[in-house]
Design a protein around this ligand. Structure first.
Ligand code: SF4
Length: 484
């Protein structure tokens, strides 16, 4: 919503269900928050894999007749926001190819950091790419593999890519889930009667009545076939790097990711924030929906009452958002309305999960003040975002991140608040205590767990649909994003 990091992608897979495509449709429906640009389902009846994918929301892409054509007891699905590659149908997933190993459909959540190098090498060797998606690199590596079995070919191809990948893969008769050794993106295993279910988040399992069993482990390849479930661990172990921003913002609060309740972690973020950054106030107001859980925690720990002083219009689709500044400002008014009876004459603590560029925060602060608030104190439930993400999240480049270029006082002045304070990194990690070494926090620290070539950093930034002026500026900053 507004000026936010953009969600990455969501994946879903099911094996052994008579209505596999319908279940996948529902699963994707629950994962819609992870990607709104395109949706796709590939299903197999044991002989043939069929694919349907389109630009748009899940509910708009699929109808009864489309789903009826996706026959079979196994299926995979994908919702996409374009982190690498343009927003166009050719980049929609799952990707379906037919090769010497047979048909294979791939859905990918994450971002490969060595995709361009691999792609250039593959093109030199004669591969012809259909899209600009990094996921297609995996498909080409798979097709070229000389391995004797499908599993070995998948392992061989995936072993060559680096970065973040939670994959669902469908062959004619198998469902395969793969999670990168760092475990950047979530991926969970569940059961629905005799069927096996794979999903980015457990909220997708809740909707179809499936039971969460466990996470697909980092570095694990799960093969589901007529012979049951088989777990492979083909990759060398690597330091864990779960994306902490899944807990801060991306995942739905009713999901469990990385083995933890998102709601519990997010509410605790607010409690810790209240203890670290108290302020004399009359009312705690969340920026809906992203700030609600943290605001509840803040109110609970501070004793200041929580009130819904901003009302979100849920019927404005994300399609309303356009990249132009003017439209984004207008979009805030369309999407949020202040409740004067709650705000008038009050000292307000406004709780949100992040400030990206600051322009939206300023609009909201102005809106709250215009509704009569006597003071507006902004509290953010994570540390200042100072570095871009290279692991599957669409972030602006560094110079556009207000916290990377402004002091706290300057941010306060820019967003026109009486005060602004962030949660500390220690405070953030305390909410996942016992596992602090398992998390990626690069966007708050600039220390990247998986190195990437200098050119790749530049390429990834260019892939984020920047203006030419941004590209020129980036060229002069080359090296700024190289792993530390
Ligand atoms: S850089 Fe930030 S958004 Fe990207 S994986 Fe790491 S914690 Fe998540």
């Amino acid at each position: 919503m507004f000026d936010k990091f953009k969600d990455e992608c969501g994946v879903f897979g099911i094996f052994g269900h008579p209505e596999a495509a319908n279940m996948t449709y529902l699963g994707l429906y629950a994962l819609q928050h992870r990607g709104q640009e395109s949706a796709g389902i590939a299903a197999s009846d044991g002989d043939q894999v069929r694919l349907a994918r389109e630009m748009g929301y899940v509910a708009d892409v699929f109808d009864g007749s489309t789903l009826a054509q996706l026959r079979g007891q196994l299926a995979v699905g994908h919702v996409r926001y374009s982190t690498t590659g343009e927003s166009k149908l050719a980049n929609a997933q799952p990707i379906l190819i037919d090769c010497a190993h047979g048909q294979i459909a791939i859905g990918h959540n994450g971002n490969l950091v060595n995709a361009r190098e691999l792609r250039e090498e593959l093109v030199r060797q004669g591969s012809i790419f259909q899209s600009s998606s990094d996921t297609e690199v995996i498909a080409h590596l798979y097709a070229r593999s000389k391995a004797g079995t499908v599993e070995d070919a998948i392992v061989e191809s995936v072993s060559q890519v680096q970065g973040a990948f939670s994959l669902v893969i469908l062959t004619q008769d198998r469902l395969i889930a793969v999670r990168d050794p760092h475990g950047f993106r979530p991926l969970a295993l569940g059961r629905l009667d005799d069927a096996y279910v794979i999903a980015s988040e457990t909220c997708a399992m809740d909707l179809i009545g499936a039971t969460y069993v466990r996470d697909v482990e980092p570095g694990e390849v799960l093969v589901v076939s007529g012979n049951g479930l088989r777990s492979l661990k083909p990759f060398p172990p690597a330091p864990l790097a779960h994306c902490i921003f899944e807990h801060v913002y991306f995942a739905r609060p009713d999901s469990y990711v990385f083995g933890r309740s998102v709601n519990e972690v997010r509410t605790e973020l607010g409690r810790v924030l209240a203890r670290e950054q108290p302020v004399a106030a009359d009312v705690v107001v969340p920026v809906p929906d992203s700030g609600v859980c943290a605001a509840m925690g803040y109110a609970e720990a501070s004793g200041v009452p929580l009130r819904m002083g901003l009302i979100r219009n849920h019927y404005v689709g994300r399609t309303f958002i356009q990249p132009q500044q003017s439209i984004r400002h207008f979009g805030v008014k369309v999407k949020l309305n202040p409740v004067r009876s709650i705000l008038e004459g009050k000292r307000v603590v406004l709780v949100d999960d992040s400030i990206v560029r600051g322009t939206t925060s300023r609009k909201i602060v102005r809106m709250v003040r215009a509704a009569g608030a006597s003071e507006v104190h902004v509290r953010i439930s994570c540390p200042p975002t100072i570095s871009p993400c290279f692991y599957g999240v669409d972030t602006p480049r560094r110079s556009e991140l207000i916290a990377a270029t402004h002091t706290l006082d300057e941010i306060r002045d820019f967003i026109e608040a009486d005060s602004v304070q962030y949660l500390s990194l220690d405070g953030l990690l305390s909410t996942v205590d016992g596992a602090r070494a398992s998390y990626c926090t690069s966007c708050y620290t600039g220390n990247y767990p998986v190195p990437f070539p200098r050119d790749e950093a530049r390429y990834l930034q260019l892939a984020l649909k920047l203006e030419q002026s941004d590209k020129d500026a980036l060229a002069s900053e080359e090296g700024e994003f190289v792993a530390k």
